[in-house]
Each structure stands twice: as C-alpha cells, then as structure tokens.
Design a protein around this ligand. Structure first.
Ligand SMILES: NC(=O)c1ccc[n+]([C@@H]2O[C@H](COP(=O)([O-])OP(=O)(O)OC[C@H]3O[C@@H](n4cnc5c(N)ncnc54)[C@H](OP(=O)(O)O)[C@@H]3O)[C@@H](O)[C@H]2O)c1
Length: 158
C-alpha cells in the first residue's frame, strides 16, 4: 500500500521555515512506530529538514536537481513515477512523508492516509495541505495518542 502520513494543524498548516511548526514527542513516537520497517518517500526539502536517513526504514528522496549522496538505506530518485514503480519490488508499505509538494505528486496514488490532528492554528506557517486532500477517503479509526493529539486513519472510498 501507498500511505500518506502527515500532521496537520487546524488551519491545515504543516510547515514553517523549513521545519515542523511544533514539537510533540507523542507524534514522533507514533511516526516512528508506524513507519518502522517500511519504505519512506520524501521531497528534498523534507530530507534537508530531517538531515539524515531515518534508521530502520528505506529512505527515498525525490529531487529533480539536488545531488544527494546515496547510502545503504537511502535512494535518490528523480520522479514520483520512479518511486511508484519501485513499490512492485518492495514487500512493505511505502509511506509518503511529505512535504506538501511531494504529497501533491502522490495524491492520485495514495491508498490510505494517517493524519495526526494537531489542535492549534499556525497563523504564520508557510506550508499547508490543500483543504480537500481527504476528499474521497473515509475514516476508519481515530486514536488518542496523548498530548491532545488524535491520529485518524482513512482509506480510499471504493
Ligand atoms: N507536518 C508534517 O507532517 C510534515 C511532513 C513533512 C514535511 N513537513 C514540512 O513541510 C515543509 C517542506 O515541504 P515542501 O512542500 O516545501 O517540500 P518537499 O515536498 O519536502 O520537497 C519539495 C522538493 O522535493 C522534490 N520533489 C517533490 N516532488 C517531486 C517529484 N515528483 N519528482 C522529483 N522531485 C520532486 C523537488 O526537489 P528539487 O527542488 O530538489 O528538485 C521539490 O522542490 C517543511 O517545513 C517540513 O518541515 C511537514
């Protein structure tokens, strides 16, 4: 499956100044537990923000231009199509982890979303999800993970 995983504020903000606009250890823990052992695909901005491959997962970084050194757990690809083609050879889920530009490229390919609802408005954010990004998906689970955060799982409606 191709799964989008994102944390969004009430006003759909996801990023500010190249970083997450918040720090919630419960969400980082949830992200790690959910994606561990899987494959991640991310845009070059998000990779720069994280700064290194995330351990225990195959890290796929998309860029049309950047030169990123590859490592044993890091693959560097030029298009979302290359990443989608690769899923045929993966025996794990592919998690699309952002940011907004990358989520937009995978909109038609995501089978499910895992959304952390962050109960704040980030007025001065500079990266947002489109307000309709969950259209066509149905909620299958809501889970309280602490720190006032709720993780919602949604699957593409058939
Ligand atoms: N709240 C969350 O859950 C969450 C998750 C992830 C990120 N974020 C935040 O979001 C922000 C970054 O998001 P962003 O939208 O600016 O950038 P991004 O999606 O991380 O990266 C965009 C870059 O990725 C490359 N790219 C994207 N799609 C591609 C494709 N189909 N083919 C080839 N290359 C592709 C391009 O790189 P080149 O320009 O190098 O060609 C593009 O400029 C940061 O603030 C980050 O902290 C938030």
């Amino acid at each position: 499956m191709i799964i989008g995983i994102v944390a969004i504020a009430k006003n759909y903000a996801i990023g500010k100044d190249g970083k997450l606009p918040w720090h919630y250890s419960a969400d980082l823990k949830h992200f790690k537990a959910t994606t561990m052992g899987g494959a991640l695909v991310m845009g070059s901005n998000t990779y720069r923000s994280i700064g290194k491959p995330l351990p225990g997962r195959l890290n796929i970084v998309l860029s049309r231009s950047a030169q990123i050194d590859t490592a044993s757990d890091l693959i560097f690809l030029r298009s979302e199509k290359e990443a989608i083609d690769l899923t045929k050879f993966l025996n794990c889920d592919l998690f699309v982890i952002g940011g907004a530009k990358t989520f937009a490229e995978f909109t038609d390919h995501v089978d499910a979303w895992i959304v952390t609802h962050v109960p704040v408005e980030v007025a001065d954010a500079d990266v947002f999800m489109p307000t309709d990004f969950l259209d066509g998906f149905e909620s299958v689970e809501n889970r309280d993970i602490g720190e006032s955060l709720v993780v919602e799982t949604l699957r593409r409606a058939t």
